[in-house]
Design a binder for this molecule. Structure first.
Ligand code: SF4
Length: 422
């Protein structure tokens, strides 16, 4: 079979799968079908949405999720065949508003946090609305879900929220630009864990689906104390900040309370680069935290960014050295991509300040500050900019960044780390 025949066969199989999937979705005769869209599933989501609309045009198709921000892929999705409305950012209030609009046969133009088609070449972006007090969110009810289908732990884990947004504002990240930092009390998290464990006795682990489960040390301490006192034997893990507040006593307490894994965004082991990133930790503290976690049986996953603006070969060598020296305390290396310039990040908004050139994409960097409203000219764009130029450190070229990433990958392999999930 030639490559072209193979590609055609693959495409046919894919289309058949999407038709089958859309058939299964439509079998329950839904008024609204919502897709949680990630980079990895966005093509399949688009195909399935188109198949749904072809079979039953009256079904309202809603896209939401990580990739749905304007200037990332949200506006492309809004223009796609088969998608009626895109919800971006935090979805609770916008999606509720979409459901009410469908129920009352109203247009979506009045819904907050949505992106809509406007004719053939325009889109409408409505400003988002976030839940102000996340303590008011009800405990998620998963009882009608077949949990093994939704988890990679055969239904033995559930997601839980500790905070929304982030207290930090790393210059490559867009979390703080897109949402306000809010946290939940330790007591509320504890009560949710207890409720979910009563509903799902098979659950053994909670995975915090938040940027930083230790962003509020006071509330984290309350949670740990409650868990230790209740002795309910639950395990939990998630993303955490590298910060000096992670002292040995807190790490020991977290372990006693059931913490069995933390993911840290170390990104670089060069203090100079960490400072340029706008992170506020001391590299010397990191080794201490890794050792204390290891001693307390908390598995550690570290994330890295290769080739941040200004990164020299010496900085990169320091990162590699750190990884080798601390390999015994690390369970795995998670993300280790080259540095992307992401819309809404400070790198994207002020490239000159960080000594980089993103001029092929300037059109988007120059959108008016408050661009909510109608963008008449529909623009196709790359979500994240990979091939930016480092003006201040020319040795950190696009090719060099890719080579460093490959070298890092080899190092990770040679150190034989385990799988990514802690
Ligand atoms: S990279 Fe992580 S710590 Fe930094 S601002 Fe984003 S979410 Fe917060």
């Amino acid at each position: 079979m030639t490559d072209a025949e193979l590609a055609n066969t693959g495409k046919e199989i894919c289309i058949k799968n999407m038709d089958m999937l859309s058939g299964r979705i439509l079998a329950s005769n839904p008024d609204i079908v919502g897709f949680s869209v990630w980079n990895s599933n966005h093509k399949a989501s688009l195909e399935t949405a188109a198949a749904i609309k072809k079979t039953k045009p009256g079904t309202v198709v809603v896209f939401g999720g990580q990739e749905c921000f304007p200037m990332i892929k949200g506006d492309d999705f809004a223009m796609a065949e088969g998608v009626d409305v895109v919800v971006y950012g935090e979805g609770e209030l916008p999606f509720l508003s979409v459901v009410r609009a469908v129920a009352n046969r109203l247009p979506f133009t009045g819904c907050p946090g949505v992106i809509l088609k406007k004719g053939d070449h325009g889109i409408i972006i409505n400003k988002n609305e976030c839940v102000k007090n996340i303590e008011e969110l009800p405990i998620p009810d998963f009882r009608k879900f077949d949990l093994p289908l939704y988890t990679d732990t055969d239904g033995k884990s559930l997601f839980i929220l500790s905070n929304r947004g982030c207290p930090n504002s790393c210059v490559y990240c867009n979390v703080s630009a897109n949402t306000r930092y809010r946290w939940r009390s330790g007591e509320a998290i504890f009560n949710e864990m207890k409720t979910q464990m009563q509903r799902h006795p098979e659950v053994e682990t909670f995975q915090f689906a938040s940027t930083a489960l230790n962003s509020n040390v006071k509330e984290l301490t309350v949670l740990c104390d409650l868990l230790i006192r209740a002795d309910i034997g639950i395990k939990w893990n998630g993303n955490a900040l590298l910060t000096s507040t992670m002292d040995d006593a807190l790490i020991e307490k977290m372990s006693l309370a059931g913490c069995n894994g933390l993911v840290f965004g170390l990104e670089s082991a060069s203090q100079r680069i960490v400072d340029l990133m706008g992170k506020s930790f001391d590299i010397k503290d990191c080794s201490r935290i890794l050792k204390a976690c290891h001693a307390n049986k908390i598995n550690i996953v570290l994330n890295f960014i290769i080739g941040f603006p200004g990164e020299t070969d010496t900085d990169f060598a320091q990162t590699c050295e750190f990884l080798k020296e601390n390999a015994a305390y690390i369970k795995s290396v998670g993300s280790r991509s080259v540095c992307y310039v992401t819309p809404y990040s400070q790198l994207f908004d002020e490239p000159g300040k960080y000594g980089i050139d993103i001029s092929p994409y300037k059109k988007f960097a120059e959108l008016p500050e408050n661009y909510y409203g109608v963008i008449e000219e529909y623009m196709t764009k790359s979500a994240c900019i990979r091939d930016w130029r480092d003006l201040g450190t020319p040795e950190n070229s696009y090719d060099k960044r890719n080579k460093k990433q490959k070298a890092f990958e080899e190092l990770v392999k040679s150190l034989r780390f385990g799988i990514i999930i802690p």
